[in-house]
Design a protein around this ligand. Structure first.
Ligand code: AMP
Ligand code: MG
Length: 425
């Protein structure tokens, strides 16, 4: 009789792993100043407080006439036009009982309390002379109020906030030509695996038996750059202990994080674990998720000085496992380095409850992230092959269903969905 197998180490719940990688992790201390025009995708290093109100004064939201509503007692009244106020000019006080010709964005003359759009008027004797008001206006209409967008002293953008097109525009509306941002995380990336060949190195028909192209490099590099990292691409490292140690030692210099793919299982050809242990510390976790079970998390010493080490995250080699573990574990880590206070809460807020237009009769015992696509009737379709090696699923799909362990899905059930575009925003 053979001896019973030793019990397998329990898998770590994903949420626990996500909290653990963030534990004690501080944003990068280094900051820089960049031109607002170049700030897209960067993370603010300080709160942005407005030194002024936006708009600076009451102004017209229409082309038309500014006047005092009480002066128009009935429809079809005619008022004399006493001044002309194009955008960018300073008006005089409104002469009582008259109208000012006004254009969109121009300041409201003191004494006027309403704007009548030109479509509701008729010129009388040429539009510099008089205007007939076709209806009785209400006080306050078509006026954009001073400070209705931003009040002076308000925090308009928060530290850790990512600058997108709208944020850049808002910063510019406060007169900011440049912005303080957190330094880009410096990330060293390499792939492990003797089977890997770089595209371009060999034509498909010349690939040796057992060789595959290194797809993770391209995917991970793009993911890292999407999050604003400065990536040093260290290529492919052979499945040998010394080569892995050398690559890690080199990668630790001048970087905040090392990301690798492959070699994190515990097979004989998996050298990441002993190599990182030799140079620093490592937790090798078996995470209760599918795809993507193994994740290595630790640090590689740069020098003998205390605390002088580079963070390390080793992702599984299977491309979809690499992709999903990146999104769920590396991404929050990088967001925190970039100053985002609570990346996990951000994700929780992005989950959508959508209808499954598929069945999953035999769920996995682990929490599973299914590649799905929204269909035109507002539900989700499932990619038929959910294998962790099938990268087509991530291209075909536009997001992930987060399916709790052991939960069968029936057509029509509501499921929790994360879009790739939200996860990569
Ligand atoms: P490993 O984690 O090294 O055991 O690799 C698991 C599987 O992923 C194997 O089938 C590898 O060939 C494959 N794989 C590993 N690294 C890559 C890569 N960079 N690109 C594509 N596939 C890979
Ligand atoms: Mg390998």
């Amino acid at each position: 009789m053979t001896a019973p197998l030793p019990p397998r180490a329990p898998l770590m719940p994903l949420d626990e792993a996500r909290r653990a990688v963030l534990e004690g992790l501080l944003p990068l201390a280094a900051t820089e100043t960049v031109a607002t025009v170049n700030a897209k995708g960067r993370f603010l290093a300080q709160d942005l407080v407005s030194p002024l109100q936006v708009p600076p004064q009451d102004n017209s939201s229409m082309d038309g006439y500014a006047l005092c509503a009480a002066d128009v007692r009935e429809a079809r009244m005619v008022l004399r036009v006493s001044q002309r106020v194009p955008a960018g000019t300073a008006p005089h006080a409104l002469e009582p009982g008259t109208a000012a010709r006004i254009f969109t964005g121009a300041p409201i003359p003191p004494g006027a309390d309403t704007v009548v759009m030109q479509e509701d008027t008729e010129p009388v004797g040429g539009d510099v002379h008089g205007v007939r008001l076709l209806s009785v206006p209400q006080a306050g209409q078509w006026i954009r109020r001073a400070g209705e967008d931003v009040t002076r002293g308000a925090v308009v953008l928060r530290r850790g906030q990512r600058i997108g097109p709208a944020e850049a525009g808002l910063a510019a509306s406060l007169g900011r030509a440049d912005l303080p941002v957190v330094a880009r995380p410096r990330v060293a990336l390499f792939s492990t695996g003797d089977e890997l060949v770089m595209p371009g190195e060999r034509a498909p028909e010349q690939m040796p038996a057992g060789a595959i192209y290194n797809s993770n490099r391209f995917m991970l590099r793009a993911l890292l750059e999407q999050l604003g990292c400065a990536v040093s691409d260290l290529g492919i490292v052979p499945d040998r202990r010394e080569a892995t140690v050398d690559a890690l030692r080199q990668a630790a210099q001048g970087h905040d994080l090392i990301v690798t793919s492959g070699g994190v299982s515990v097979g004989e050809e998996d050298h990441i674990k002993p190599a990182v242990l030799q140079l620093g510390r490592l937790n090798l976790w078996q995470i209760a998720m599918k795809p993507g079970k193994p994740l290595a998390f630790g640090a590689v010493r740069r020098s003998d000085a205390a605390d002088d080490s580079c963070h390390f995250m080793g992702l599984p080699g299977n491309p979809v496992s690499s992709f999903v573990t990146f999104l769920l574990l590396v991404r929050p880590f990088l967001l925190r380095l970039s100053g985002v206070p609570d990346p996990l809460a951000l994700d929780a807020a992005r989950a959508l409850q959508l209808r499954a237009d598929f069945d999953l009769p035999r769920p996995d015992r682990r929490r599973e992230f299914l590649r799905v696509r929204r269909n035109t009737s507002g539900g989700l379709d499932l990619f038929p092959n959910q294998s962790s090696g099938v990268l087509t699923s991530a291209v075909w799909g536009d997001g992930l269903v987060d399916n709790p362990a052991g939960t069968a899905i029936q057509r029509g059930d509501l499921v929790s969905y994360f879009s790739f575009s939200d996860l990569l925003a």
